[in-house]
Design a protein around this ligand. Structure first.
Ligand code: SF4
Ligand code: SF4
Length: 135
């Protein structure tokens, strides 16, 4: 099986080799799609994880022992650039700041690397520029 997951790490665990053990102990292969680390706050990583179902389950159980929150991603987010009118409404709901105003150009920048696919921007965008795709 292969799944995209959001992993949220507590601030005091960011320097620990937690993820590495998914490979070593649970025979899981992973690909880091996005990562947002901070030594002073909780950190987040979006990973594609592949392996046997039982190993996957055990690997997720192992992450829990480190207080890592795991959440599967069933969807993906994109922006229709032609539709976006840069009104800025979406920036007020985007907690990871994947949508943010560039103060120089006053345009709204979509940083896909930071997006955790919460879909809040999809709900608030007045011109339906933000789209959700399901796997
Ligand atoms: S709410 Fe929609 S139109 Fe406004 S900046 Fe965000 S994506 Fe663009
Ligand atoms: S889906 Fe959530 S995290 Fe991604 S851009 Fe929209 S509001 Fe931000």
């Amino acid at each position: 099986m292969k799944k995209r997951m959001i992993l949220r790490f507590k601030r005091n665990t960011v320097d620990k080799p937690i993820v590495y053990r998914l490979v070593k102990d649970y025979d899981l292969i992973f690909n880091i799609l996005r990562a947002n680390f901070s030594p002073r706050a909780d950190s987040m990583m979006v990973m594609e994880i592949e392996g046997e179902e039982e190993n996957f389950r055990k690997g997720m159980e192992y992450l829990k022992t480190w207080n890592v929150d795991t959440e599967p991603i069933e969807q993906d987010i994109s922006r229709n650039e032609a539709r976006c009118v840069h009104c800025g409404v979406c920036t007020s709901v985007c907690t990871p700041e994947a949508l943010a105003i560039d103060r120089k150009t006053m345009k709204v920048i979509f940083n896909y690397e930071k997006c955790v696919a919460c879909e809040l921007c999809v709900k608030v965008c007045p011109v339906k520029a933000m789209n959700v795709f399901f796997d």
